[in-house]
Design a protein around this ligand. Structure first.
Ligand SMILES: Nc1nc2c(c(=O)[nH]1)N[C@H]1C(S)=C(S)[C@@H](COP(=O)(O)OP(=O)(O)OC[C@H]3O[C@@H](n4cnc5c(=O)[nH]c(N)nc54)[C@H](O)[C@@H]3O)O[C@H]1N2
Ligand SMILES: Nc1nc2c(c(=O)[nH]1)N[C@H]1C(S)=C(S)[C@@H](COP(=O)(O)OP(=O)(O)OC[C@H]3O[C@@H](n4cnc5c(=O)[nH]c(N)nc54)[C@H](O)[C@@H]3O)O[C@H]1N2
Ligand SMILES: [Mo]
Length: 710
């Protein structure tokens, strides 16, 4: 509930009658007025004055900015083809599909988002291939879940993709048995009865062993398996040797605990399986997500009350103008030939492969990418191998960033355009994402500065470039989506949300929406594309097992990016109410690990990977598997000023690599389960950094191959 006085939002509080958060709200939501009216908020379009990245800007009118940007885009598309113009956007924001719509209308296949291959697309695609639709936990139904298995997922803090933080805590309070598979005893794991600390990057092995226990101890749902699955015999053969002892040696999860978790999940039903992004940030993402996905099916927990339910898909798909992208352009999509489930015909939401796209910007291979339009994305912080990203952005003829705040990435732009914040935006939201069991109206209630919502900016550019669809107002798009509900956007605004009762076991009517009409334990569609039809485990390419040559220099396993309650990725570092909750970038390590280097809780440490080093504050506690180091991602320091805002000091993506091998289907790279070492930072005045802190540890700054230091 927003309180508005004199055209300003003065207070944001949770609505006790809203079914999704039930009168509770996260700290970031409560801080909305501070975000909206922060003195650093961008309020007017800016044009670069002087050298790129030098930090000099001239305020210009919208008319000037958009006319100049459109003219440059028009010239570039005529000279080099629309594929030389790329679009970048951030994670699932209101304007997400409008960016895709603009890209298709412009005729460029090259848009990206730093999630996708490394976030959500593997889960969505695997769900579609395996069960014919995306699934989410059923917390609001007539039956309470008995067991909740949290796998690489910390929804108490991250609450992602379905506003999960509150219903999850309620279900655990109501007596559901919680199991957490996580190298850290996360905020969620602390509410669980079982915590299985796992070596990062080895989740597929654990899942295969759980399937083994469930099949060979006869704990599976025989009736469901017989009637509603294909390939059970093949799956049984596949996991025959994946014993708990085999998995213990790989994952470090004790065999007995693993078996106990499998029994509990299979027998104390209904069970929800909450899976997180940790399963996708490794180069075996397809098979890791597949292995975990099959657990739901063999235990009969699909689309039952209190289990994992198939989405209701209440709205029509967003009109992204897919047919406007010329057929020849599909072949030009960077990375699409290789990563078929990311960029190919069968992909859920075809996009470019980020490493291929940034390489093309940097080197012109296989063709030049000359312009990049960012809509809510801070790639210097959120894309792997930040130094390569930096080199790529420097090469562009045109970089435009639409943003709430100046960021290290926006600071390199030619134009920076002020975006609207959420209370300044009209959209239709589906909750949860992709499942769309509910539909909510997001309404513009105030105007701040000259800020415009991203969709409007895109439509304005589309009109100037005479693109198809440009004349359709946003409201018409929203009305089209809402048609199945018999509502217009104005009517939805008046009602606020639609949340009908769930229909369970929808498959009983027409079968699952897969080629066989059943759950595909054995997936022929994958086989036809050249991918393994049954899940497999592969050791991460950079790990103590794969790279024994690196162990002496990099003895610990590094995982990056576990979410913190007070920040959203690279956002909010300038918001005092949130920054106060965590002033410094944090690295978690076990007392055994810290003890070897005389590191105490609160010390500043270097975390060093084969590609570079970052400075973090040590948090020493037994709530993490010994030998694992977990670092925050997204850190920069608005208070240090431009042009680079300390982007090289504590940025986890200085440590990561964008080099192969990738997941063969999605092109995912490794952000979890890399190698590192830790060192104490010698005493120094607070806030200052040694001059060499920006130096990469080894190799060519734009190379970043895991072997570069070997
Ligand atoms: N090492 C490592 N890297 C990671 C991850 C990890 O775990 N480890 N996680 C990855 C994942 S899963 C994701 S999804 C990505 C996220 O990557 P991004 O989406 O790029 O990250 P954000 O910092 O959330 O958002 C970028 C910018 O959007 C701006 N913004 C916010 N709202 C709006 C809006 O409405 N309009 C516009 N125009 N701008 C807006 C913010 O000010 C911010 O600067 O990061 C990925 N990167
Ligand atoms: N407050 C806040 N909420 C957010 C976001 C945010 O930035 N801040 N980002 C949003 C986005 S885009 C996303 S994708 C989601 C992500 O939210 P989640 O899916 O919950 O992902 P994370 O918190 O990144 O990681 C979940 C857990 O995985 C553990 N982990 C690390 N490596 C591994 C591994 O190899 N295996 C296993 N099993 N566990 C591992 C971490 O310790 C962590 O506790 O959060 C969304 N919600
Ligand atoms: Mo994400």
């Amino acid at each position: 509930m927003l309180t508005v006085a004199d055209g300003r939002v003065v207070r944001v509080r949770p609505d006790p009658d809203f079914p999704f958060n039930r009168g509770q709200m996260c700290v970031k939501g409560l801080a909305t007025p501070e975000i909206m009216y922060h003195p650093d908020r961008l309020l007017h379009p800016l044009r670069r004055a002087g050298a790129r990245g030098a930090g000099h800007w001239t305020p210009v009118s919208w008319e000037t900015a958009l006319a100049e940007i459109a003219a440059t885009l028009d010239r570039i598309r005529n000279e080099s083809g629309p594929e030389s113009i790329a679009l970048g956007q951030g994670t699932g924001r209101h304007h997400y599909l409008h960016v895709v719509r603009f890209a298709n209308a412009l005729g460029t296949p090259n848009w990206y988002e730093p999630g996708l291959a490394n976030c959500f697309i593997p889960r969505v695609t695997v769900s579609q291939l395996t069960y014919g639709g995306f699934v989410v936990g059923d917390y609001d139904g007539p039956v309470r879940p008995q067991t909740i298995l949290f796998w690489g997922h910390n929804p108490v803090v991250s609450g992602p993709d379905g506003e999960l933080a509150f219903p999850v805590q309620q279900a655990l309070r109501d007596g559901a048995f919680g199991i957490a598979i996580d190298p850290r005893r996360s905020e969620t794991a602390r509410l669980c009865q079982m915590w299985l600390p796992i070596r990062p990057g080895t989740d597929a092995a654990l899942a295969l062993a759980m399937i083994h226990v469930i099949i060979f101890e006869n704990l599976y749902d025989r009736e469901f398996v017989e009637q509603w699955t294909v390939g059970f015999g093949e799956l049984r053969d596949q996991v025959r040797d994946c014993t708990p002892a085999w998995a213990e040696a790989i994952t470090r999860v004790p065999a007995a605990a693993l078996a106990a978790a499998a029994r509990r999940y299979a027998l104390a039903k209904p069970s929800i399986l909450e899976w997180g992004v940790a399963l996708e940030q490794n180069p075996n993402s397809l098979q890791t997500v597949r292995a975990v996905a099959l657990l739901r099916a063999i235990t009969g927990n699909l689309d039952v009350p209190g289990g994992d339910i198939l989405g209701m898909n209440l709205t029509r798909p967003y009109p992204v103008l897919k047919d406007k992208l010329p057929a020849g352009m599909l072949r030009k999509r960077l990375g699409a030939d290789q990563f078929k489930l990311l960029g190919g015909f069968k992909a859920f939401m075809p996009s470019a492969h980020i490493p291929a796209l940034f390489t093309a910007m940097r080197t012109g291979d296989p063709y030049r990418v000359r312009a990049l339009l960012l809509f809510g994305n801070n790639p210097l912080l959120t894309v792997a191998h930040a130094r390569g990203v930096h080199a790529a952005l420097q090469k562009l003829d045109l970089l435009v960033a639409t943003e709430l705040f100046m960021t290290p990435s926006a600071a390199l732009a030619d134009y920076v355009l002020p975006a609207a914040c959420w209370p300044e935006v009209n959209q239709v939201l589906e909750l949860p994402l992709v499942a769309a069991n509910a539909v909510v109206a997001q309404s513009k209630i105030v105007q701040v500065g000259e800020c415009r919502q991203d969709e409007e900016i895109l439509d304005d550019l589309a009109r100037r470039l005479h693109l198809p669809g440009a004349d359709e107002p946003l409201e018409a798009v929203l009305n089209y989506r809402l048609a199945p509900l018999g509502l217009t956007f104005e009517q939805l605004r008046a009602r606020y949300f639609v949340y009908p009762p769930h229909r369970y076991r929808k498959y009983a009517e027409g079968g699952f929406r897969t080629p066989s009409g059943k759950v595909e334990l054995y997936c022929r569609a994958l086989e036809r594309m050249g991918y393994a039809p049954l899940p497999t485990f592969r050791e991460p390419p950079e790990s103590p097992v794969s790279r024994p040559d690196l162990i002496a220099a990099f003895p610990y396993v590094l995982t990056t990016g576990s979410r913190r309650r007070q920040f959203f990725h690279s956002e909010h570092r300038q918001i005092a109410a949130l920054r106060r909750l965590q002033p410094d970038p944090q690295a978690d390590l076990h007392p055994d690990t810290a003890g070897r280097h005389a590191i105490r809780d609160g010390d500043w440490i270097w975390v060093v990977s084969p590609r570079g080093r970052i400075r973090m504050k040590a948090r020493v506690s037994p709530d993490i598997l010994a030998g694992v180091v977990n670092v925050d991602h997204g850190w920069w320091f608005p208070e240090r000023g431009g042009p680079d805002y300390g982007v090289w000091d504590s940025n986890a993506n200085v440590l990561t690599s964008d080099q192969p091998p990738y997941d063969p289907a999605f092109g995912s790279y490794q952000l979890r389960g890399l190698l590192c070492r830790v060192e104490r930072v010698a005493a120094e005045p607070a806030g200052s950094l040694p001059a060499d802190s920006a130096e990469p540890a080894a190799g060519d700054p734009a190379a970043g191959h895991p072997g570069a230091a070997a």
